[in-house]
Write a protein that binds this ligand. Structure first.
Ligand SMILES: [Zn+2]
Length: 315
């Protein structure tokens, strides 16, 4: 690919995220999305389902749930749009169009078998929809879950499969995404977060406190490829979490999902690279885009990124 044509227009950096339900993007990557969007990158979110089977936290909205009015999916389209407005992300799409794939519910429930649910989707067909987006956006970085979906939810596992298959299909069609990343949380960060939560020593509005086992995608620190410092965007992430009010309750630096267990909030978001050329430099990188490839973005005289050796390693 030495003959790469000049992109027709900015933004030069393009990030694609593939998520299962509205709210996953904000919880996992909200600070990352806000940061890159603010820096002028194109941030594209593909959400695979409407999250119809989610439990509803606010009592006054309980009627939306799938066992009552079954209008939660429609409602969550609005929550997602509001969250994306908070993050400054303008390109958000549903895989195959809104409502194409239904939320499959937690692993082992009857909803896993419902025709039209994402768990029952043909991976190649679903990945074909994603490949269309990839060919449209031509991202350099793709973010999704690990092969266990972070915590075993069928739609998250399927999102992982579809993302990696979509990556392959798009490569066959002429756009190979430079790097693919899985969402992860380093063990030390989880331990620190829960220590912070314990030290807060105050009464939560939540029923209980989560444990590190409740955090998806926890891995050993040395397996983490990139840590994106989104602390400057923590407030935006919090605001976006609040926009997903049916799913997330926020209290200061902590939040709870429908299990009502308090969890620490993370503004530094971590990724493990699973496809593509290694990022330049040694140790953990701080940017999902390779330093050096985007020299035009750097201020005059600035070293290309925080990884030592990045300049000379383009080989
Ligand atoms: Zn989810």
């Amino acid at each position: 690919m030495t003959d790469r044509p000049t992109p027709p227009a900015p933004p030069e950096r393009r990030l694609l995220l593939v998520h299962a339900h509205p709210d996953d993007e904000t919880i996992n990557n909200g600070a990352t999305m806000a940061k890159y969007a603010a820096e002028g990158a194109l941030v594209t979110l593909v959400t695979c389902t409407l999250g119809e089977e989610g439990e509803v936290i606010p009592p006054e909205l309980a009627h939306l749930a799938s066992d009552r009015d079954d209008t939660l999916g429609e409602y969550r389209i609005g929550e997602l749009a509001a969250a994306m407005a908070e993050l400054g992300v303008t390109d958000h799409r549903f895989l195959g169009g809104a409502g194409r794939y239904r939320d499959s519910g937690m692993m082992g429930v009857a909803e896993n078998e419902v025709p039209g649910c994402f768990w029952q989707a043909d991976v190649d067909e679903a990945a074909g929809h994603l490949a269309e987006v990839i060919m449209d956006v031509r991202p350099q970085a793709l973010v999704t879950y690990d092969d266990n979906g972070g915590y075993g939810h069928p739609d998250h596992i399927q999102a992982h499969r579809v993302a990696l298959r979509g990556y392959e299909l798009a490569a066959d069609q002429g756009h190979r995404i430079d790097r693919v990343f899985e969402i992860c949380t380093p063990r030390s960060v989880v331990e620190e977060g829960f220590a912070r939560l314990a030290a807060a020593g105050r009464d939560f509005p939540f029923e209980g406190v989560a444990t590190p086992d409740d955090v998806p995608g926890v891995i050993d620190d040395d397996l983490v490829s990139v840590a994106v410092d989104g602390s400057a965007y923590a407030e935006r992430k919090t605001a976006a979490m609040r926009a997903h009010a049916t799913q997330i309750a926020v209290d200061g630096p902590f939040f709870a999902l429908s299990n009502d267990l308090g969890q620490p909030f993370f503004a530094t978001e971590c990724y493990r690279q699973v496809r593509g050329a290694a990022l330049p430099g040694e140790g953990r990188a701080t940017d999902l885009f390779a330093s050096g490839l985007f020299a035009a973005d750097l201020p005059d005289g600035a070293a290309p990124g925080e990884h030592p050796g990045a300049e000379g390693s383009a080989s």
